[in-house]
Design a protein around this ligand. Structure first.
Ligand code: SAM
Ligand code: SF4
Length: 299
């Protein structure tokens, strides 16, 4: 699919729930998001139907996300169904890792190719401060399971928060030294609760990391990197990457759309533009109706 700006769109991120078992300070208020009722959330069959149409029109990659995707019941069943859709080459998941240990094998069996674990610090007290929950041990176990079993590629997402020295970003980066995992530093985006925090600029962080680990060498060998630019680091098994929506804007290369848990197809993370697919899905709309609505939103 080509959008109105001439960009090829081949990637959809699907939020399977708004709920989460953490309360990261830059993402959710302490009380959580207002829980949308069960009936408002797209059912698996509805998500599958939308993905089938998207795949017929050029979408090749699906990311399952949230909220926290692993809190959605029977998620591996959805993953397996999506992976079977002709044309879908890659199925990935982004998780906070709290439930990963127990769900790891079911996700790998379902055909999930890659798991991204969000982990902003290895320090237990900073983790508690940032996520408002005491779950770092569960995340560590999830990461350990993922490394030991090695059935899915592993990436780590880390959002540096300005002013929290104890976040110890060098320690997070070292996960890529000691293991075959890619560590990506994400600039805090001024969306939602993120507007209340100052972000750490990529260039400043890269400089600090290079002082500690040596010169970073740009590399393009990580598949499905999207807006992330990666570097090889001497002596590191994995890569270090940066996703810098603020200091290195990448809108012109954007290749993705988003399906919210309530069935709204969003064409940009930053704006509310898009199309309501749930009303078509539940109002007796045909596949052609869905295709037309998606095409109009992209245009
Ligand atoms: N709950 C899952 C998780 O945390 O991995 C998936 C959803 S979460 C919204 C996806 C990613 O977005 C996480 O890596 C999180 O750190 C990141 N994120 C959330 N709010 C952000 C913000 N304001 N700026 C940049 N990244 C953010
Ligand atoms: Fe939950 Fe992920 Fe948001 Fe943290 S970033 S509150 S884990 S959805």
């Amino acid at each position: 699919m080509i959008d109105g700006y001439g960009r090829t769109i081949d990637y959809v991120r699907i939020s399977v729930t708004d709920r989460c078992n953490l309360r990261c300070v830059y993402c959710m208020p302490e009380e959580g998001v207002s829980s949308i009722s069960h009936e408002e959330i797209l059912r698996f069959g509805e998500i599958e139907r939308v993905c089938q149409i998207l795949a017929e029109n050029g979408i090749q990659k699906i990311k399952l996300t949230g909220g926290e995707p692993l809190v959605r019941r029977r998620l591996p069943e959805l993953a397996a169904a999506l992976k079977r859709i002709p044309g879908i080459k890659s199925l990935t998941i982004t998780t906070n890792g709290v439930l990963l240990e127990e769900m790891y094998d079911a996700l790998a069996d379902a055909g999930v190719d890659s798991v991204t674990i969000s982990l902003d610090t290895l320090d237990a007290s900073v983790y508690r401060q940032l996520t408002r929950r005491d779950e770092i041990e569960a995340v560590r176990r999830g990461l350990r399971t993922a490394i030991q079993k090695g059935r899915m590629q592993i990436k780590i997402n880390c959002v540096p928060v300005l002013g929290i020295e104890e976040q110890k970003l060098l320690e997070v980066a070292e996960l890529a030294k000691n293991h075959n995992v890619h560590v990506r530093f994400i600039e805090m985006m001024p969306i939602g609760m993120g507007t209340q925090f100052a972000f750490v600029k990529e260039d400043a962080l890269k400089h600090a990391l290079e002082e500690a680990f040596g010169t970073f060498i740009p590399c393009g060998d990580v598949a499905g990197n999207g807006p992330c630019h990666y570097f090889a680091v001497p002596g590191f098994q994995g890569r270090i990457g940066f996703i810098s929506a603020v200091s290195h804007k990448f809108c012109s290369e954007c290749n993705r759309i988003r399906l919210t848990s309530e069935g709204f197809l969003k064409t940009c993370l930053q704006y509310d533009n898009g199309v309501e697919l749930k009303t078509i899905l539940r109002g007796g709309g045909t596949d052609e109706d869905l295709r037309r609505a998606i095409g109009q939103a992209l245009a």
